[in-house]
Design a protein around this ligand. Sequence first.
Ligand SMILES: Nc1ncnc2c1ncn2[C@@H]1O[C@H](COP(=O)(O)OP(=O)(O)O)[C@@H](O)[C@H]1O
Ligand SMILES: Cc1ncc(COP(=O)(O)O)c(N)n1
Ligand SMILES: [Mg+2]
Length: 530
Amino acid sequence: MACGGVILCNSFSFYQKRMVMSSRMQEKNYGASVPHVLSVAGSDSGAGAGIQADLKACAARGVYCSTVITSVTAQNTVGVQAVHAVPEDFVAQQLKSVLSDMQVDVVKTGMLPSVGVVKVLLQSLTEFSVRALVVDPVMVSTSGDVLAGPSILSTFREELLPMANIVTPNIKEASALLGGICLKTVADMRNAAELLHALGPRNVLLKGGDLPDSSDAVDIFFNGEHFYELRSSRIKTRNSHGTGCTLASCIAAELAKGSPMLTAVRVAKRYVETALEYSKDILIGNGIQGPFDHLLRLKSGSHSFHRKDAFNPSDLFLYAVTDSGMNKKWGRPMVDAVAAAIQGGATVVQLRDKDAETREFLETAKSCLAVCRSHGVLLLINDRVDVALASDADGVHVGQSDMPATVARTLLGPEKIIGVSCKTIEQAQQAWIGGADYIGCGGVYSTNTKANNPTIGLDGLKTVCSASKLPVVAIGGINASNAGTVMEMGLPNLKGVAVVSALFDRENVLAETKKLHALLMEASSSSKTQ
Ligand SMILES: Nc1ncnc2c1ncn2[C@@H]1O[C@H](COP(=O)(O)OP(=O)(O)O)[C@@H](O)[C@H]1O
Ligand SMILES: Cc1ncc(COP(=O)(O)O)c(N)n1
Ligand SMILES: [Mg+2]
C-alpha cells in the first residue's frame, strides 16, 4: 500500500514548523496566520478555470491562495487556442519561493502538463510539508482540448495519486486513469471510484457533471469504506466552465480551515451549485461554455439600474422616511407613497417598517428601489442590513440599538451608504470611526413616530453639528412649520431635514413634499445670504 496521503507522511513536521513559525511571528506582533491553499495549476486567459478559478474560489471561501503556474493557456469560451508550458525548473523555482516562505496548509493541483512538472511537485512536497494534497487530475478541457496528454497517466497513477488525500476526476478523467473503461451510470461511477481508490489516494470524488442523461448532478465520494452519493439538481446553464477547478479549490480551502474531508466535499459541492445558480444567466464570451461568478457579485443586466454617483451629502436635503402604518391609514401602497415623495422633490428615501414580515419587507424594498433608481434617488433601509443586501438597496440607516456601523460596514462593503442616528457628540464620533457616511441627529422636536425618544432641541442639534465630522440630517418632529427655522440656522454640516409624518401622514404626499421642498430651498438660500 502506498503512503496514502500527505497528512500521514508529514503531519508532525508540519505542526512543529507551524508552532515555531507562529510563535516567532507573534513575538514580533505580526498577527495570526490565515488558512492557506497553494494552487499548482495552469493559467486560463478567459479566467473561468485554472489558476484564476482557484484564486476566486479561495477568496470566496475566505482562504488565502498562492499560485504556482505550470502552463499558460490562450483560452476563451470557445476553447483552448494555444498552450505554453512553463519550463520545469521555473515551476520548481515558484514552488520553492512559496513553500520556503509561506505556511501553506493544503496544496491543490490542476493542470500538470508534463511528467517533469509532476516530479518537480513531488520533490517539493518531500522538502516542504503540508497538511493535505488535493489532486484534480486535469487532462482535457470541457471544450475537448488536451491539457495533459496520455503520457502523464502512468505518473499520475503510480506517483501522484498515492500521495493525494483526495483525487477529483470527472467522468472522462476517471475513464482515462482506469485504462479507458466506459462510465455511463451511477453504478459505473461507484465501481470506478473503488478502482481509483485502489491506486492509493485516501479519498476519491468522482464528479458526474458530464454524466449523460442525468437530470441531477451526481458525484460519488468513496473513502475506502463507504460510498456517498452527493446529488444536487442540475442547473440549466452554459456557464459551467471551471466547475471542476472550483470544486477542488473549495475542497482544499475547507480542508485548510480544518474541516473533515466529507464536510469539505459537501460544502464544496453546495458552493459550486450556489455559484452556478446565481450565474446561470450571465453572459461572458460568445462560445459554448461560459465562466460563472465565484463571488456572487456580478448582477446580470443590473448596470442599467445603477445610480450615477456615489453618496453626495446634498442628497440629504429632503430626506423622506416612510411609515407603513401611515400609508395603510391613508389606503395607499408604500411604493405609491415613495413615488409621490420623489415626484415632489424628496432627495433620498428611507424605508422604515418595524412590523413587516421579512418577505413582505424585501418585496417592498425591491419595488421601491425600482422607482428610486429610475429617478436617480437613493433608497436606504432602516435597521435591516439583510434586507439592504438582499434588495441591493443603496444602504442602511441604523439606530443606537441596531447593528453597530462598523459591523454593518463589514457586511455591506465599502460602497453602500450607512447612516447612524446620534444624539451626542460621542455617538457622532463613534459613527465616524465606524465608517458611517452621515448621521441623523434628533429628535429635534417631539414626535409621535418614536415613543420614549427624548428630544435634544435646536441646541442639541447645534452641539452635534458643530462637532460632527460627517454630514448631518436633522430629524424628529420636523414639518412645514419648523423646517425653515432649522435650516435657517445655517449649522455647520447640516445638509437637510428628515421627515416622516409631514409627508406620509397626509392625504396628498406629492403636494406636501413639494411644499416642504420649496420651503427648504428658500430657507437654505436665506441662510447662505445671512
Ligand atoms: N449544471 C450543473 N449543475 C449543478 N452542478 C453541476 C453542474 N455541472 C457540474 N456540476 C457540479 O460541478 C462539479 C464539477 O463537475 P464536472 O463538471 O463534472 O467537473 P469538470 O469541470 O472537471 O468536468 C461537480 O460537483 C458537479 O456535480
Ligand atoms: C488552465 C486550465 N486548467 C483547467 C481547465 C479545466 O477546466 P474545464 O474542465 O472547466 O474546462 C482548463 N480548461 N484550463
Ligand atoms: Mg475539469
